[in-house]
Design a protein around this ligand. Structure first.
Ligand code: ADP
Length: 501
């Protein structure tokens, strides 16, 4: 299929570097974005190619992977091969960095079976950065050199430092998906990774006597972005800046916030194959049977009139699951309320979540683990989605919830603040409300938002349905955001040219 909108637009050659991408591997929102943004850019007419590690799962899912040859990567254990395949029916080429000693292992890309970071993460992702830099310089056997490298999160943070000094380098853009994960290692690790020695400095990758992958990306990229305008402002403040707020503030003229889009093909209630009954804003009532299936799957009492709350997410402090648990007694005091939780994460939080389904049989259902199809059913079958994240760079689940007519209740922070319009009386009257926002991040404030939701749900008439349908009609596709990236790529290229003199 020919890319649309390619006429009269400059076609850019873009290398997109990430540590995970749907449908090859996903642990969170980064995987969703790395799967869907390259495709959106392709549709705008750009030549965008993805580079990521050749995890065993990723190789298995790229059906047409072909070896391209080896690359010289000093310090890697054994030869590093590139495998070439494609995603999205051949529209997006993908290069898998095949270093079996580093990536051919089961489980999670970042942590081992014991839940701890893989001890060689610096070497693993340092190698990813090294290989991406070689491709960026046109040194691979691809016969292709990008004009811009778009790197994502700390695992790709050293690409800009590898490139910054070199003549003929492409422009670099670095996106922060979550500043709290930084990739910090000791000084011997810096020595082992093979960066130019002068980058051991606060102007390079040094951060309080540590090597910081993310600081390298922030300091040395032509442009830095993060995934919502509010988070772009928040990370310049001490509270959410994780020690990097001064640097981010210093680079404010190069820092932009662009909201993530979502893949409207994968997340479409009208066509989603993972749910028993498809529906849309015009067929909102067809959402009902999905609640029945969700109640069955989670062992809840099958009550069509229950008000079903859902939550999906990593069980980590950031996501505020403890706030939900703290509000639970009051929630369960409401006779019509039920709750389902799907998540995996810290052992302590998993234990607390497991305990509550035993406490409220038939009313609270929990599933510990990672289950993509089930996450679609939770979105489709719930009436309300709880997202009390303490901070949230963008957040995707509230966007999926809006699309699925599941009214989000969110802490007013980061991308949650940018995407959910609080149901104040004025916003409801104007027909622009899409959910409920609260602050600060306490169980008390969460409860008062839940109480407002309950009051609206209990109102006779169609107030609730109207609120849900307004959310369903919002446009959070990639159309707008991919164009913003396109503009920033041009700006980054201008900066890179100016830097080259
Ligand atoms: P983060 O990247 O911080 O985890 P996001 O809201 O940006 O948060 O993205 C999380 C993504 O991961 C969403 O697509 C969500 O549905 C998915 N997800 C998280 N936990 C699970 C789980 N246990 N099962 C299925 N999908 C999950």
């Amino acid at each position: 299929m020919a890319p649309v909108e390619s006429l009269s637009r400059p076609t850019l050659k873009i290398l997109f570097a990430a540590s995970e991408a749907v449908p090859l591997i996903k642990t969170g929102g980064l995987g969703d974005v790395s799967g869907s943004l390259p495709l959106a850019l392709h549709r705008l007419g750009h030549d965008v190619r993805l580079v990521m590690p050749a995890y065993a799962d990723a190789i298995a899912r790229v059906s047409d992977a072909e070896p391209l040859g080896t690359l010289p990567v000093p310090r890697a254990p054994g030869p590093v091969r590139l495998l070439e395949g494609t995603l999205d029916d051949g529209m997006v080429p993908v290069y898998l960095v095949d270093a079996p000693g580093l990536f051919d292992r089961g489980g999670n890309p970042y942590v081992g079976p014991d839940g701890r970071d893989w001890p060689d993460n610096a070497l693993r992702f340092g190698t990813l950065c090294r290989v991406a830099s070689e491709i960026a310089l046109g040194h691979s056997s691809l016969g292709w050199q990008p004009e811009l490298v778009h790197a994502n999160d700390w695992q790709t943070g050293l690409i800009a430092p590898f490139l910054a000094d070199l003549a003929g380098r492409p422009a670099t853009l670095f996106t922060i998906h979550n500043l709290s994960y930084q990739g910090l290692f000791d000084r011997p690790t810096f020595d082992a990774i093979g960066l130019p020695p002068h980058w051991w400095s606060p102007r390079g990758v040094e951060f309080y006597n540590h090597l910081s992958f993310i600081k390298g990306g922030i300091n040395l990229s032509d442009i830095v972005t993060t995934v919502s305008p509010t988070y772009a402002a928040e990370i310049r403040q001490p509270q959410l800046g994780y020690g990097l707020h001064g640097l981010l503030d210093h680079r404010a003229d190069r820092l932009y916030g662009i909201l993530n889009g979502i893949d409207y093909d994968l997340w479409d209630p009208a066509t989603d194959p993972a749910i028993p009954r498809n529906f849309s804003a015009d067929r909102y009532r067809d959402k009902g049977p999905n609640k029945g299936r969700l109640q069955q799957v989670f062992g809840l009492d099958e009550r069509p009139n229950a008000l079903l709350f859902g939550h999906v997410g990593r069980l980590v402090e950031q996501k505020g699951i403890d706030l939900i648990l703290a509000a639970l007694p009051r929630l369960m005091a409401q006779p019509e309320v039920q709750l389902v939780i799907l998540g995996s994460g810290s052992a302590a939080l998993e234990e607390r979540v497991r305990a509550v389904s035993a406490q409220y049989p038939g009313r609270v259902g929990t599933r510990l683990g990672y289950d993509e199809p089930l996450s679609h059913l939770v979105e489709a079958g719930s009436d309300v989605f709880l997202m009390p994240s303490r901070f949230e760079p963008c957040g995707l689940n509230q966007l999926y919830s809006l699309r699925y007519g599941t009214v989000p209740i969110v802490h007013r922070t980061g991308g949650l603040a940018d995407t959910v319009v609080d149901a104040t009386p004025d916003a409801l009257a104007a027909g622009i409300a899409t959910g409920f926002c609260f602050e600060p991040a306490t169980a008390e404030a969460l409860w008062s938002a839940i109480a407002r939701a309950l009051a609206l749900w209990r109102q006779p008439g169609v107030a609730w349905e109207k609120l849900a349908a307004t959310g369903m009609r919002q446009d959070f596709s990639w159309a707008t955001s991919a164009r913003r990236y396109e503009e920033l790529y041009q700006i980054a290229i201008r900066h890179a040219l100016a830097a080259a003199g």
